[in-house]
Unconditional design. Structure first.
Length: 202
């Protein structure tokens, strides 16, 4: 399992829009990011003897859920989430005491493909509401499922959503992604993420 990167906004772009402009109060958010290392990636490393067999998903999933709950984030972006990881977390977060959390997960690969994996956003559903949820690919053709630039092995996508803080009415947009591995793709990714995410909403 990869270590927690940090509680930061590097992978999450947030822009706040106050529904009541005359109120200048800040919205205090606890935001995190975590690569949980998908089960298929774990199996591959174990098979190649690059990771201990004890690090398989079945042995790790409860610890992952407990750590997410312990971090107590309002919003946390998680990467390398396969379909079975997603299904397990739906149940295990509640078991670990995280009943307040909702999960939005989107698979970036075609149905029936050997791997079903993507990123997800875990959010405090008691405090926040997600709307206008969409995803787009980090490539020259972001609205089409596609590889981007020098990233030819994996599909990379971004999740975009409008987020409303229920109590204050404040709204902001959020973008979360698992970035490309190589320099050229990273440079183009940065430029793409700066574009207005609303152009990808339908």
């Amino acid at each position: 399992m990869k270590k927690i990167l940090a509680l930061l906004i590097a992978i999450i772009t947030v822009g706040v829009v106050d529904a009541k402009p005359k109120q200048a109060e800040e919205l205090d958010l606890r935001i995190g990011t975590y690569n949980i290392w998908a089960d298929y990636a774990r199996k591959s490393k174990i098979r190649k003897k690059k990771a201990d067999a004890l690090r398989n998903w079945d042995n790790s999933k409860m610890a992952v859920a407990e750590l997410i709950v312990k971090l107590d984030c309002d919003l946390i972006a998680i990467q390398e989430v396969s379909n079975n990881c997603y299904e397990d977390l739906l149940y295990l977060l509640k078991k670990a005491g995280g009943k307040k959390y909702g999960i939005w997960w989107m698979n970036v690969y075609p149905e029936g493909y050997k791997r079903q994996v993507g990123s997800a956003i875990i959010y405090n559903k008691k405090e926040f509401k997600l709307s206008r949820q969409n995803n787009y690919y980090l490539s020259e053709t972001p609205e089409v499922r596609s590889h981007g630039w020098d990233e030819t092995r994996y599909l990379r996508a971004a999740l975009a959503a409008d987020v409303t803080h229920k109590k204050s009415g404040k709204k902001f947009f959020l973008i979360a992604t698992h970035g490309p591995l190589f320099d050229f793709g990273q440079a183009h990714r940065t430029r793409l993420l700066r574009c207005d995410h609303r152009s990808f909403h339908h």
